[in-house]
Design a protein around this ligand. Structure first.
Ligand code: HAM
Length: 429
C-alpha cells in the first residue's frame, strides 16, 4: 500500500490511458464486435476466450522479452500465492498456450478461432493509443498453406471495411523462413555497424537487441540511413519466395488492395514469412495509423516449449482505432427501427410483459423514459430516424394494449400487444 501515487482527489478518475464506454460509444463498440463475429463465423472461425491474466512466461517466451510490449509495457504482478502473472498485452500467445494445453492438434487442422476483448499495454497515451485497448483477433493454427495467409487478410479487410467504411490498404512483407531471416539479419547488422555513429541512442540499443526493429524506427536520422538498407526480399530462399508469391496471387485474385513495404517488420518476435498491416491514409495520402496487423508465426509453439512446429497465422484489429477513424459508422437499421415510449414511471416499471414479448420475437427496440411530453418524444424519434414508436401509458397498461405509430406517415392506432408485435414483425421481414 506504500508508494501510492494517487491521492484522494484523483481516485474518481479512470487510470491514465483507460476509459469508460457508455451511451453511443458503448453501442458502437458492441456493434463492432457483433459484426466482426458474424463475418468471422461465416468465414469459418469459432470463438475462443482465454483469461486476461496468464503466467508472465507466456508473453516473455511467446512474444519475446526484447520486444517493447513485453520489456516496457506489460502490467505484471506477483500474487499472494507466489505466481508471476501478467495482464495480456496481446492475444496470440494466450491462444497458442490454449491450443497446446488442450491438445488441439488432435482436432481437424487447421483450428480457426476468433476472440475479442481488452488488452493492456503501459504505453504513452495519445490519440488512438490506450493502456486498456480493445482488439478483435483471428488465428488459424495448424497449416502452412499460404492460402490461409490470404484468407485471414481478406477476412480482416472485410471486418474493418464493413464496420468503418474506411479506405484501407494492406501493407505486406515477408520475413522469410528462419535461415533466410538469419542471413538477412547478419547482413543488416553489418550495414548498421557502418552507420553506427549516426544512429540515435534508441536505435543503437535496438541494434544490439532486435536489429529488425531499427528498420521501422521513427527517428529522422535512422529513416535517412534506412533508405539504403538491404531489403529482405533479396535474401529469401526459394521456399520463402514461393510462399510469398502464392499469397500475392491470392490477394490479386480477390482484388484486395495491397502494397509491398520492404521495411515492415512488426513489433513482435514471433513472426516468420508473411507479415502485414492495415493502414489508413490521411488527406495528404500519408499512412497515418495501423488499424490492425498480423502475420505468420510458425515458430511460436516451439519457442513456447512445444515439441514440434505448429505453423499458424493471425491478425489483431485495433477496435479503438477502427471506431475513432470510422468515417461513416454504418447505421444499424435495426438500431433505429422502433422506439418504446413509456409515459410514466409506473409504465416504465410495469411494461415488462410487453418488453418480454418483444424480446421473444426479437423485435429490436430502444427505450426512452418519461422525461419529456409525448410530442417531444415523437419529434426526437423522427429526428433520429426511427421508423416506428410504441407508446404505453397507464391506460394502455390497464387494458394490455399499446399505441403503434408509423413515424413516416404520422398515423397511429391502438392494438393488443400481440397484434402490434405481429405488425412490427412483418415490417422487419
Ligand atoms: P499488434 O500490431 O501489436 O499485433 O496490435 C494489433 C492492433 O492493435 C494494432 O494494429 C493497433 O490497431 C491496435 N493497438 C495496438 N496497441 C494499441 C494501443 N495501445 N491502443 C490502441 N490500439 C492499439 C498484435 O497484437 C498481434 N497479436 C496480432 C496478431 C495476431 N499476430 C498474429 N496473430
Amino acid at each position: 500500500m506504500e508508494n501510492r501515487k494517487t491521492d484522494n482527489k484523483d481516485f474518481l478518475k479512470t487510470p491514465k490511458g483507460m476509459r469508460d464506454f457508455f451511451g453511443v460509444e458503448f453501442v458502437k463498440k458492441q456493434n463492432f464486435f457483433e459484426k466482426a463475429q458474424e463475418i468471422a463465423e461465416y468465414a469459418g472461425f469459432q470463438g475462443i476466450e482465454t483469461p486476461i491474466l496468464e503466467y508472465t512466461d507466456v508473453f516473455t517466451k511467446g512474444v519475446g522479452d526484447a520486444t517493447d510490449i513485453v520489456e516496457k509495457e506489460m502490467y505484471t504482478l506477483n500474487t499472494k500465492g507466489g505466481d508471476h502473472l501478467s495482464l495480456r498485452p496481446e492475444g496470440t500467445a494466450g491462444v497458442m498456450r490454449s491450443y497446446i494445453e488442450h491438445g488441439m492438434n488432435s482436432l481437424p487442422q487447421p483450428v480457426s478461432v476468433y476472440y475479442g476483448g481488452p488488452f493492456f499495454r503501459h504505453e504513452k497515451p495519445q490519440k488512438g493509443r490506450y493502456r486498456q485497448l480493445y482488439q478483435f483477433g483471428l488465428e488459424i493454427i495448424g497449416s502452412k498453406n499460404p492460402f490461409y495467409d490470404a484468407h485471414i487478410m481478406n477476412t480482416g479487410y472485410r471486418i474493418i471495411k464493413e464496420n468503418t467504411g474506411l479506405d484501407i490498404k494492406i501493407k505486406i512483407n515477408s520475413l522469410g523462413n528462419t535461415p533466410s531471416r538469419a542471413r538477412y539479419i547478419a547482413e543488416l547488422v553489418d550495414f548498421y555497424k557502418k552507420h553506427e555513429s549516426s544512429l540515435p541512442d534508441q536505435d543503437k540499443q535496438r541494434l544490439s537487441k532486435n536489429p529488425l526493429r531499427v528498420l521501422d524506427s521513427k527517428e529522422d536520422a535512422t529513416i535517412l540511413i534506412n533508405q539504403s538498407a538491404p531489403k529482405i526480399i533479396d535474401y529469401l530462399d526459394k521456399e520463402s519466395l514461393d510462399h510469398f508469391s502464392i499469397v500475392e496471387d491470392f490477394l490479386k485474385k480477390n482484388k484486395i488492395p495491397y502494397e509491398i513495404d520492404h521495411k515492415l517488420v512488426r513489433g513482435l518476435d514471433y513472426y516468420s514469412h508473411t507479415v502485414f498491416e492495415y493502414v489508413v491514409y490521411d488527406e495528404h495520402g500519408n499512412a497515418s495509423f495501423a488499424i490492425g496487423g498480423g502475420g505468420r508465426y510458425d515458430g511460436l509453439a516451439e519457442v513456447m516449449g512445444y515439441k514440434k512446429e505448429v505453423p499458424a497465422i493471425g491478425i489483431g484489429i485495433g477496435v479503438d482505432r477502427a471506431l475513432e477513424l470510422g468515417l461513416t459508422h454504418p447505421k444499424d437499421t435495426e438500431e433505429n427501427f422502433c422506439v418504446l415510449i413509456e409515459l410514466s414511471e409506473h409504465a416504465r416499471a410495469s411494461s415488462y410483459k410487453l418488453t418480454h414479448l418483444l424480446q421473444k420475437e426479437q423485435i429490436p427496440i430502444s427505450r426512452v423514459s418519461n422525461k419529456h411530453k409525448l410530442g417531444e418524444h415523437l419529434g426526437l424519434a423522427e429526428k433520429e430516424g426511427f421508423l416506428y414508436a410504441l407508446v404505453i401509458g397507464d391506460d394502455e397498461l390497464e387494458s394490455e394494449s399499446v399505441s403503434l405509430r408509423d413515424l413516416t406517415t404520422r398515423t397511429q392506432s391502438t392494438y393488443s400487444y400481440k397484434e402490434a408485435i405481429e405488425i412490427l414483425k412483418n415490417k422487419l421481414d
